[in-house]
Design a protein around this ligand. Sequence first.
Ligand SMILES: Cc1cc2nc3c(=O)[nH]c(=O)nc-3n(C[C@H](O)[C@H](O)[C@H](O)COP(=O)(O)OP(=O)(O)OC[C@H]3O[C@@H](n4cnc5c(N)ncnc54)[C@H](O)[C@@H]3O)c2cc1C
Length: 398
Amino acid sequence: MSNGVIVVGAGPVGLALAGELRVGGAEVTVLERLAAPTTESRATTLDARTMELLDQRGLRSLLGTVPREPRGHFGGLPLDLDTQPSPFAGQWKVPQARVEALLGDRARELGADIRREHEVCAVHPTADGVRVEAVAREGRGCGRRVRLTAQYVVGCDGEESTVGALAGFDFPGRDARRELLRCDVRGVHIPDRRFQRLPGGFAVAATREGLTRVMVHEYGRAPAVRTAAPGFDEVAQAWSRVTGEDISAGTPVWVNAFGDVSRQAAHYRQGRVLLAGDAAHRHLPVGGQAINLGLQDAFDLGWKLAAEAAGTAPAGLLDSYHEERHRAGRRAMAIIDAQTLIMLGGPEIEPVRSLFGELLGHRAVRELLARRLGGLDAGITDLPEPAGAPDRTEGVPS
Ligand SMILES: Cc1cc2nc3c(=O)[nH]c(=O)nc-3n(C[C@H](O)[C@H](O)[C@H](O)COP(=O)(O)OP(=O)(O)OC[C@H]3O[C@@H](n4cnc5c(N)ncnc54)[C@H](O)[C@@H]3O)c2cc1C
């Protein structure tokens, strides 16, 4: 392929981008190292702006019935989201796997060429395009080298972005200062708790259909140096120290640790190489903002890059992707950092929490934060209507 766009990564952001590029008429090849989508339970919440974008593309109704939660939180302090200036005010509970399945089906139906078991290992910008090399594996085979060329390549390859590293993107920011241990576990019987601050740490537990998600942080404990996910025993011990409860007899399904790293690509575009989603911004996935920020990157980039690839984009259109989405990412990361401090800070943060609690009593403050959490105040432009676009008037949920 010498025309079109290579998207690296078939996570939610890569799949959304592939669909949007096809809507804009660009040729798209998606390269994904995994043989099948991950079944790990990840994000569970779509925000108002993401729902607006899905609706605009006729995708929202395909999600089926989606429970709406009118209340969110800011750093664990309850926040009414009904004031958001959107027909989709609130948080919408959709498992990430469902979002990925929908976006993957759509990208394929629109003609994207999705190649699994292709791990990108080299990116070489050339005078008029970009050459990408991947190792293609089938089953347990040792893999063969595949070379592709395109006009542009977009790294949607997640937090440890290979594309970002190979293309020399700069990621200013800071490393993690604290970490949150998380697991999904069966067979434990503990009370649900929403953002509970205890003397030694912070704890969350929610049980649905026999599966309990726990999250725990011990105040003042620095993140461990990790090369793999923590063991369940580490989570159970931390849980016991913070809550006094014993969950060690449970059967873990997933165990993860998240650091509160805060790094953002200095530029989302370097010539013919671009980044989107977790590949462009690394932060704690607090309040469901990680997946939403990434999906909104993809919807903003898709039509702009398709126009650029077709040679019909006005001057500066593609660069406006960096300008808009870098600004949106910076603003979101600033409130993620603030929320992390309010949520995971030790006793020293209590005066700030109590002041914040007071400020949240003011309607203007609640409205401002609700807009920001819903992705509604980043000054983003609306998607243009594609030729032959699906009817936008699907009807708005009550
Ligand atoms: C356990 C867990 C829980 C989470 N919980 C939440 C949550 O509650 N709320 C929230 O908002 N977010 C949460 N997140 C974050 C959320 O899942 C991410 O923000 C989201 O997946 C980002 O989408 P993405 O497409 O940018 O990246 P990813 O989903 O990471 O997808 C990147 C893809 O690129 C592929 N890839 C990587 N390198 C290469 C390569 N060299 N060649 C080819 N393919 C490659 C990967 O295999 C992967 O499929 C969670 C994440 C994890 C891991």
